[in-house]
Design a binder for this molecule. Structure first.
Ligand code: F6R
Length: 366
């Protein structure tokens, strides 16, 4: 059942080229200019008219929601707020009938997310579910939705569900942008083609496994990790830190790289590993300065960079090169080495990676 892999988590990490492809199947055919999500079609007018999107989710799904915020705002020019379902539901939030609420959940059973959409529904908002489990409670409670076709995710730490969520949300943002006319046609076409190339790039990124094992061996005994990213890679930093915490029990924090100087920089010394996701994008120069700030304080830098980067390798202790991609699509690739890093560190520490202590695959308590 683990298909020759030692753990479900590793199997699921390696399934991602396939699960991403499955999540696009029938929805995107770039050379035919076909981009269609069945679930959105009926609600297309609502999305076109929406003056706000609220995203509710928990954990890793909330991180996918953060990526979606960047995507919907950049492509479709709709303001987005990303909410922890557990905070949203208890704070008497402002919800309007014109709001579209996107609920993201792998299991479709997360109690807080379900309660958040029930609340939003009672205020007349339109609920759109992005779930992996077919027929789950959240899928059923939604007005419409799009399934992620990641297949069953058994490992408690979410991996392929995250990339499937980001895939579906990217297609949704592109489709809404097309309908709203908020994106240049050439960029839209280019992104459609690039989306189709993502599975092959993820396959490439998976080849980094041996190198990442070596890095894991170097850092497996440290007590703390910091993860930094900017822009589209900021949610990836949060996700990398969460993956490490939950399966290896090493304390880790994800931060927007520019926020470091407002506090966390005080933590940096020669013992602090800092994973910086610094792919070539519009904030590249800025993140290079952030790397310099870490280096000046002797932090141990592990950098995720774009293939061929010739600047950061001189500054970092370890460099992991991932294939180049449009910055809006990079999370699908840059998250892969972080999943592998946490997996290998956890295995080397003798942790039960598929069933970490105190965690459950679906959190049906509030
Ligand atoms: C992290 C993880 C959890 C879930 C969270 C939401 O690896 O597994 O943080 O992402 O409990 O679960 P779903 O997506 O099922 O609503």
């Amino acid at each position: 059942e683990k298909g020759g892999y030692e753990h479900f988590m590793l199997k699921e990490i390696f399934e991602q080229p396939r699960s991403i492809m499955d999540s696009m199947r029938g929805r995107l055919i770039a050379d035919q200019n076909h981009l269609m999500m069945g679930g959105i079609r009926e609600y297309a007018n609502k999305f076109v008219a929406a003056d706000r999107i609220l995203i509710v989710a928990c954990g890793t799904s909330w991180h996918a929601g953060l990526v979606a915020e960047y995507l919907f705002e950049e492509f479709a020019r709709i303001p987005v707020e990303v909410e922890y379902a557990s905070e949203f539901r208890y704070r008497n939030p402002v919800i309007r009938e014109s709001d579209i609420v996107i609920a993201i959940s792998q299991s479709g059973e997360t109690a807080d997310t379900l309660a958040a959409i029930e609340l939003a529904k009672s205020k007349g908002a339109t609920i759109f579910g992005v779930c992996n489990v077919v027929g789950s409670s959240i899928a059923r409670a939604s007005d419409a939705g799009a399934y992620t076709h990641a297949g069953p995710e058994i490992g408690v730490a979410s991996t392929k569900a995250f990339t499937a969520q980001v895939t579906v949300l990217t297609l949704m943002a592109l489709m809404v942008a097309e309908k709203r006319g908020t994106m240049e046609n050439s960029r839209l076409r280019q992104l459609m083609v690039e989306m189709e190339n993502i599975p092959a790039k993820v396959e490439q990124a998976l080849k980094l496994d041996a190198k990442i094992q070596h890095i894991a061996d170097v850092f497996k005994d440290v007590p703390n990790f910091l993860y930094l990213g900017r822009g589209y890679n900021f949610p990836v930093a949060l996700e990398g830190a969460l993956k490490l915490k939950e399966i290896s029990y090493i304390h880790a924090e994800g931060y927007p790289a520019a926020e470091m100087k407002h506090g966390p920089i005080a933590l940096i010394d020669e013992n602090m590993p800092v994973v910086v996701i610094a792919t070539k994008d519009s904030s590249y120069e800025k993140i290079v300065s952030n790397i310099q700030e870490v280096k000046a304080r002797k932090g141990r830098i592990i950098a995720i960079v774009t293939e061929g980067d010739d600047v950061i390798p001189d500054m970092a202790e370890f460099v992991i090169e991932v294939p180049a991609a449009d910055e809006a699509l990079v999370p699908l690739i840059s998250v892969i080495p972080l999943q592998l890093l946490s997996y290998h560190i956890a295995v080397m520490r003798g942790c039960n990676v598929d069933q970490p202590r105190n965690l459950a695959k679906s959190v049906t308590v509030e």
